[in-house]
Design a protein around this ligand. Sequence first.
Ligand SMILES: [Zn+2]
Length: 131
Amino acid sequence: MCQKAAGNYFLPLGSFARADFTMTRGMPKWFASSDLVRRGFCEVCGTPLFYDIPETDFITVALGSLDDSDAVRPAMQSNTGRKMSWFHALDTLPLEPVAQTSRREDAIAASNHQHPDHDTAVWPPNAGRER
Ligand SMILES: [Zn+2]
């Protein structure tokens, strides 16, 4: 289910005490992915934000959505039953030369419409404008 929710091969998650968690701006949009679980995401950009079982005293956050996701190191793997059989070999694959991608990646970064990795005074900057 996390693969579908993230549209990816896995979804790094971290759980926090619900009492210690505060949304600093806005509210997520929720999708009931099962009878027990709801998935929270940003309705503006679609970023997956939460895996939540409302009756529990914890909330689970999509770690890739954090401003500094590199600061949170994985501590364990779970639900590995559907882990891709080739996943362990990713670090052995050849690397795409940087020179072939940097110009395009720079253009994408320069025109990025996703929320930046820091808080902003206003978000979204062009509310109501969709492409
Ligand atoms: Zn967003």
